[in-house]
Design a protein around this ligand. Structure first.
Ligand code: SAM
Length: 174
């Protein structure tokens, strides 16, 4: 069970990147995303993709990050905060991948220092600046027990059939 906690989303500026954090989290095996800002439209857009392409990914809008982290830890979960400053992911994988209730925290702008203190692990996906989308994808891929790219999403309206050239989509709405 893995959830993503998205901090610092600014509805105007970060619309695309937060959408991509959510879609990437879903595609790479997280069960949901908690959004620590108010952007119901964004949450609805991701839910819409989930409905069309299957699975049960959820977005919870406008959560309090502090309350969510506290509750998660009270319920026995662990928290992995991603930033370029942490322990490099290859060194953290043996421990983090053992966790069966994991919250992965990503920021936008500067993350409150309290997050570094509340996290069980502060992990870097390489100690170079890049993107929260890349950080989520590589982390989920490296800690996965089975290949997330092989996972199937049940119950969607649309299923893509891989093709060497061109697009093949089964559309159950027709
Ligand atoms: N300037 C901000 C700071 O100093 O905290 C970070 C901005 S960065 C574009 C936004 C988010 O991407 C970070 O909060 C972090 O979650 C993620 N990120 C960027 N580079 C990363 C890296 N090398 N490893 C892990 N996460 C990274």
């Amino acid at each position: 069970k893995i959830v993503i906690l998205r901090l610092g989303h600014r509805p105007q500026r970060d619309k695309r990147i937060t959408t991509h954090v959510g879609l990437t989290a879903r595609a790479f095996g997280a069960e949901g995303m908690l959004l620590a800002s108010d952007d119901q439209k964004l949450a609805d857009n991701i839910a819409d993709v989930s409905n069309r392409f299957g699975g049960n990914f959820y977005v919870r809008n406008n959560v309090s990050w502090k309350a969510e982290i506290k509750k998660w830890k009270e319920d026995g979960g662990k928290v992995c905060h991603l930033s370029m400053y942490g322990v490099n992911l290859p060194d953290a994988v043996p421990e983090v991948s053992e966790c069966d209730k994991l919250m992965i925290v990503v920021g936008a702008e500067k993350v409150p220092f309290e997050i570094y203190e509340m996290a069980d692990w502060n992990v870097a996906v390489g100690n170079q600046p890049h993107s929260e989308v890349a950080a989520v994808a590589v982390t989920l891929d490296r800690i996965a027990g089975t290949d997330p790219l092989r996972s199937e999403f049940e119950g969607g309206e649309l299923t893509i059939i891989p093709e060497k050239c061109g697009k093949n989509v089964i559309d159950r709405r027709e």
